[in-house]
Design a protein around this ligand. Structure first.
Ligand SMILES: Nc1ncnc2c1ncn2[C@@H]1O[C@H](COP(=O)(O)OP(=O)(O)O)[C@@H](O)[C@H]1O
Ligand SMILES: [Mg+2]
Length: 608
C-alpha cells in the first residue's frame, strides 16, 4: 500500500486530474444507471393494457427515488397523452441520457489518459535523473541490464497499474454503488439476496492471484538478465563471430528466453484464470436472481415486482458484473504492478555514495598540488591500494608504471574523485577532497583513456561536448592541436559527419584524437591519461602521441603509459606494484636504483 501511494505521488499535481475525473465519471455513471432504470417505465408503457405499475413499495422512500418519480411521470403522461406519445417521450429521454453518459465517459477517459502519460513522464524522468546522479562505483555490467529494464519495461507496467487501480479505486466502486442503489430502489429483498454471493467470489479470486507477485519478481530478474546479455552480445558481436561462438551465445540467450517465457506463461495463465472464474460466478448469480426474482414476480403478492421492473432489474444487475469484474481483474494485475513499482522505487531510492557534504566549498582553480596522504582503497573487501603517498606538483608530469592489475587505473580514478579513499586523505591545493564539491574538483581535470568514448553525434558535437557553447573556430583549433583536423576534413561531411554508435565509423586512432581534441577544448589544468595509446597501431600511435604531447604542454599531467619510452621524460615516475608505490624518482634515478622499473625497461627494449 505504501508503495502504491509513493507511485501515485508521481502523478502530482493529482488534483489537476482527479477533480475533472471525479466529476465526469460521476456524471457518466449517473446517466448510465438512469438509462437502465428507465427500462422499467418503458416496459410498463409497452404493456399498458396491464394497469400502470405501482411505484415499488419496498423501496426506500426518499426524495432521491428517481425511479419512483419517473414512474409517476410515466403514469401521468400515460393518462393524459396516451401510450404512443409516452413511449416517444421515454425513448427521447433514454437517447439523451445515453448521449450524455457517453460524452462524460469520453471526457473521463481522456483525463485518465492524461494522468497516465503525465505519471509515466515524471516517473521516467525521476528514475533517469537519479541514475545519472549515482556514483561511478554503482555501475557494473550486471547492473546495466537491470537499470535498462527498470527504465524501459518496469515503468510501463507501473503506469498501467497505477492508473488502472485509480480507475478501480474510484470509478468502479462508484459505478457499483450507483447500480446497487438503483437495484435497492427496485427491490431491497432481491438485492440483499444477490449481494451475498459477492464475497464468495472475491475470496476465490484472491486465492488465484496470491502467487502472482513472487512470479512477477522472478520474471523481472530474468528479463533484466536478457537485456544485459543482449547489450553485451551486441557490443561484442565482432569477438563473438571471430571466436565462432555465435551458436554458444545463441544457446545461452535461448536458455534464458525459455525460462522467461515459461514463467510468463504461468503468470498469464493464473491471471487469466481470474476472468472465466468470475464470469462463471456471475452467470451463476444471475441465474439465482432470475429464479428468485422471477418467483417473486410471479407470486403477484402485494409489493411484488412488475414485469417491467423485473426486466430493468436484470438489465442493471448484468451491468453490476462489469465493474465487479473490472475490480477483480485489476487486483490480479496489481501484484505485478506493485512488484515493478518496488523495483523502480528501489532504483529511485538508491542514494549516491558520493554526495557533497553540506557546506562543501567549490575550488576555483588549481595552483599548487594534488597530494595523496596515506591513501588506501578497496573494491568491496578487496584491498587494491595501500598507503599511497604521492604529490603531483602543478605543471609537472607524473607517470604511473607497473605490472597490470597493480592498481594504476584505480589510483587515477581517485584523482577526479570517482571514488572516495577508504582511509587517508587526498588534497588539492591543501583542501581535503571531502570538503569540496565533486563538480568543482572534476572541473579541474580532463581525461583521455584507452576506450575512447564518442557519442552517436557529429564530430563537431563530440569535440564540443565539454563546452557546448564553443565556436567553430575554437573547435577547429582544438582539432588542429589534437592532430585531427586533416582527417576530419577528409570525412564525408567534415565536422558534421556522424560518428556512428560509440564512434564505430572511425578508426581507433581517429576516435582517440577526437577525444584529445575534446580535452583540449575543455582546457582543464590537469590531464589524466590512462593508456591513451595502448589500443593503437604504431602509425596512429605516433599521431596520437604527438597530439598528447601538445595536450600536456603547460599542464599538469598524470600519465599511465604502457610504452615506457613515452614517459622517460616525465618529471616523476611512480612504480606501482600490488597496490603500493615501490619506487619513485625520475628515469635516470630509477635506472640507477636498479629495481622493478629497470627490469620493466629491459623487458621492453628486449621486445622492441
Ligand atoms: N570495478 C572494480 N571492481 C572490483 N575490482 C576491480 C575493479 N576495477 C579493478 N579492480 C581490481 O583492482 C585491481 C587493480 O586494477 P587496476 O587499477 O585496473 O590495475 P591497473 O590499471 O594497474 O592494471 C585489479 O586486481 C582489478 O581486478
Ligand atoms: Mg589500467
Amino acid at each position: 500500500m505504501k508503495t502504491y501511494f509513493r507511485l501515485l505521488s508521481f502523478a502530482k499535481p493529482i488534483e489537476k486530474f482527479a477533480i475533472p475525473y471525479i466529476i465526469t465519471t460521476l456524471l457518466a455513471v449517473l446517466f448510465g444507471v438512469l438509462n437502465l432504470t428507465l427500462l422499467a417505465p418503458l416496459f410498463g408503457v409497452m404493456m399498458s393494457d396491464e394497469k400502470p405499475a405501482p411505484a415499488p413499495t419496498d423501496a426506500p422512500a426518499s426524495n432521491f427515488n428517481v425511479m419512483a418519480k419517473f414512474q409517476e411521470f410515466a403514469n401521468h403522461s400515460l393518462a393524459t397523452n396516451g401510450p404512443e406519445k409516452t413511449l416517444t417521450y421515454i425513448c427521447i429521454i433514454i437517447i439523451i441520457s445515453v448521449l450524455l453518459s457517453n460524452i462524460f465517459k469520453y471526457f473521463s477517459q481522456r483525463t485518465m489518459e492524461d494522468l497516465r502519460v503525465h505519471t509515466l513522464l515524471n516517473l521516467r524522468k525521476t528514475v533517469f535523473n537519479n541514475v545519472m546522479n549515482l556514483h561511478v562505483g554503482y555501475f557494473n555490467n550486471e547492473r546495466k541490464g537491470d537499470i535498462i529494464s527498470k527504465v524501459s519495461s518496469d515503468v510501463q507496467v507501473v503506469q498501467f497499474t497505477v492508473t488502472n487501480t485509480l480507475q478501480v479505486v474510484f470509478k468502479e466502486p462508484v459505478t457499483l454503488i450507483f447500480y446497487i442503489i438503483a437495484l435497492l430502489m427496485i427491490s431491497v429483498k432481491l438485492t440483499l439476496f444477490s449481494l451475498m454471493v459477492i464475497p464468495i467470489s472475491a475470496f476465490i479470486i484472491s486465492k488465484i492471484v496470491k502467487r502472482l507477485k513472487q512470479q512477477a519478481k522472478e520474471s523481472h530478474e530474468s528479463f533484466a538478465k536478457m537485456i544485459g546479455f543482449l547489450d553485451e552480445a551486441l557490443g561484442g558481436i565482432k569477438i563473438i563471430k571471430a571466436f565462432n561462438a555465435t551458436q554458444r551465445i545463441k544457446d545461452k540467450f535461448h536458455a534464458e528466453n525459455v525460462f522467461y517465457s515459461n514463467l510468463n506463461r504461468k503468470m498469464v495463465r493464473r491471471q487469466q484464470l481470474g476472468s472465466p472464474v468470475s464470469e462463471f460466478l456471475g452467470v451463476l448469480m444471475v441465474s439465482f436472481i432470475v429464479w428468485y426474482g422471477g418467483s417473486l414476480t410471479m407470486s403477484k403478492q402485494p409489493g411484488a415486482l412488475s414485469v417491467g421492473q423485473f426486466i430493468s432489474y436484470i438489465a442493471i444487475f448484468s451491468q453490476v458484473m462489469r465493474p465487479a469484474k473490472a475490480l477483480t481483474d485489476a487486483f490480479s494485475g496489481i501484484h505485478s504492478g506493485i512488484a515493478a513499482g518496488e523495483r523502480v522505487l528501489e532504483l529511485i531510492d538508491t542514494k549516491p555514495q558520493m554526495v557533497n557534504k553540506p557546506g562543501a566549498e567549490t575550488i576555483k582553480g588549481f595552483n599548487q598540488a594534488v597530494t595523496f596522504e596515506n591513501v588506501s582503497f578497496s573494491y568491496g573487501t578487496k584491498e587494491v591500494l595501500r598507503s599511497i603517498n604521492l604529490t603531483i606538483q602543478k605543471g609537472k608530469t607524473v607517470a604511473l608504471v607497473g605490472p597490470s592489475g597493480g592498481g594504476k587505473s584505480t589510483l587515477m580514478d581517485l584523482i577526479p574523485r570517482f571514488h572516495d579513499a577508504k582511509s587517508g586523505t587526498i588534497k588539492i591545493d591543501g583542501h581535503d577532497y571531502r570538503d569540496l564539491t565533486v563538480e568543482s574538483i572534476r572541473a579541474q581535470m580532463g581525461t583521455v583513456n584507452q576506450e575512447s568514448l564518442l557519442f552517436n553525434d557529429t564530430i563537431f558535437n563530440n569535440i564540443a561536448f565539454a563546452k557546448p557553447e564553443a565556436t567553430e573556430e575554437e573547435v577547429v583549433n582544438a582539432a588542429k592541436i589534437a592532430n585531427a583536423h586533416d582527417f576530419i576534413l577528409n570525412t564525408e561531411d567534415g565536422y558534421q559527419t556522424f560518428v556512428g554508435d560509440r564512434g564505430n565509423r572511425l578508426s581507433g586512432g581517429q576516435k582517440q584524437r577526437i577525444c584529445i581534441a575534446r580535452a583540449v577544448l575543455a582546457n582543464p589544468p590537469i590531464m589524466l591519461l590512462d593508456e591513451a595509446t595502448s589500443a593503437l597501431d604504431t602509425e596512429s600511435e605516433k599521431l596520437v602521441q604527438e597530439a598528447l604531447n601538445n595536450l600536456m604542454k603547460n599542464r599538469t599531467s598524470i600519465v599511465i603509459a604502457h610504452r615506457l619510452s613515452t614517459i622517460q621524460h616525465a618529471d616523476q615516475i611512480a612504480v606501482i606494484d600490488k597496490g603500493q608505490v615501490i619506487e619513485m624518482g625520475n628515469h635516470s634515478e630509477l635506472i640507477t636504483h636498479n629495481g622493478l622499473y629497470k627490469r620493466l625497461i629491459d623487458m621492453q627494449t628486449f621486445t622492441d
